[in-house]
Design a protein around this ligand. Structure first.
Ligand code: GMT
Length: 373
């Protein structure tokens, strides 16, 4: 099949899922065309089944805001025509589902039918999409898609509760490619590069937005440090990073925190982590938790959205109500101090992650495409 994938090319979860899906589909014999404004962060287009088409937005002094949807739908039409695309799979509703609907109408004028699959990822529903400025257009474009999927049952329920949806919604969870997550003892996983002898490695990945509650990560880590020797690795970047740096300095723990910024070395860093913290306010799925678990890292998280399905309380880690930093710190300290429990939870984390293996999930998308054709 010839499939167009539209996504954000950044380090955000929806972009990562879309990119990994495209790569997996290309490995299964499909021709994949990414349509977005930059080459997706984790995409290597050396394969002859993976293609990237840049959306160019022309700047014009009259515009305070550049009309990205217009440029995107124009590019979608061009790519569909040039490469005989069968399906456009758009990730993140805003503005991709809306632009896809426009592209479909323009192509219909030319007698070319195209199917639209929309995957909802989280904040496109729970935070941004629900805003009165966007809600009508988001509802419309979800209802106009040929197939709608969400990355968790919890996101499906929130979508149905927040919007007037008269379309079916299928749940297709996020997935993980275990090939990218070597076991601790395999080459390429060198703990001594990041931590000193005797230091437990605690990690966190996010886009440093308020919804991720990175301040809680610091609160938890500060409590952990009072009891055990540890180091915190923060991966990712975003608006709250300066505030977080300031907070660690105020608490006198800056020397124990390593700010890595955006990195493609997530798997390598996770494989020498002892614990992963994800105290988010909202998390439709929690791909970062799944990535940690695939690298045998137990997760201490909140119990919101899709997190309890991904991170099993008392098995792959623990989850607690939003803001309960005392409980999260206590669980973390208990786990790293317990020389029997910690290795057991590491094994269990990887076992739990196997439920979401790429081999199990990607065929679900293929099934959806086949039914549409
Ligand atoms: O919140 C983020 O990290 C970014 C956002 C995105 O769409 O890029 O993530 C959402 O999609 C991810 C992939 O499906 C999910 O794993 C995240 O849980 C979800 N984030 C939220 O719901 C806050």
């Amino acid at each position: 099949m010839n499939i167009g994938i539209v996504c954000y090319p950044t380090f955000g979860g929806s972009g990562v899922v879309a990119t990994e899906l495209g790569i997996a589909l290309a490995n299964r014999g499909h021709q994949i065309h990414f349509i977005t404004y930059n080459q997706p962060a984790r995409l290597d287009t050396t394969s002859n089944a993976l293609h990237y088409h840049k959306v160019n937005v022309e700047e014009y002094p009259l515009f305070e805001y550049q009309p990205y949807e217009l440029a995107l739908s124009t590019k979608m039409v061009a790519v569909v025509l040039a490469h005989n695309i069968d399906i456009l799979h758009v990730h993140y509703a805003i503005p991709h589902a809306y632009a896809a609907y426009m592209a479909k109408q323009m192509l219909a004028e030319k007698g070319i039918p195209i199917k639209i699959v929309t995957t909802l990822h989280g904040t496109d529903i729970t935070l941004v999409g629900n805003h009165p400025s966007y809600k009508t257009a988001v509802t419309f474009s979800i209802n106009q898609s040929d197939v709608v999927t969400t990355v968790s049952q919890s996101l499906k329920e929130e979508t149905l509760a927040l919007f007037e949806i008269d379309n079916e919604i299928s749940v297709v969870p996020n997935f993980i490619d275990f090939k990218n997550y070597p076991d601790r003892k395999e080459p390429g996983c060198k703990e001594e590069q990041i931590a000193r002898e005797g230091e437990f490695v605690i990690s966190h990945i996010s886009n440093f937005r308020p919804v991720k509650r990175v301040t809680d990560v610091i609160e938890i880590f500060n409590r952990i440090l009072k009891e055990v020797n540890a180091k915190l690795i923060l991966m990712g970047d975003g608006p709250e990073r300066p505030k977080i740096e300031y907070m660690t300095k105020e608490l006198g723990i800056f020397h124990k925190v390593h700010f890595m910024g955006n990195t493609s070395e997530v798997a390598k860093i996770l494989c020498y982590s002892d614990l992963f913290l994800l105290p988010s306010e909202k998390e439709s799925f929690g791909l970062a938790a799944l990535e940690a678990m695939a690298a045998k890292t137990p997760v201490i998280s909140t119990n919101v959205g899709g997190l309890p399905t991904v991170n099993k309380h008392g098995y792959s880690g623990y989850n607690y109500p939003i803001g309960d930093v005392d409980a999260m710190a206590e669980a973390a300290i208990g786990l790293v101090r317990d020389s029997l429990k910690l290795p057991l939870f590491k094994e269990q984390a990887k076992k739990q992650a196997r439920q979401f293996s790429i081999e199990k999930i990607v065929p679900l998308y293929e099934e959806i495409y086949n039914q549409l054709m």
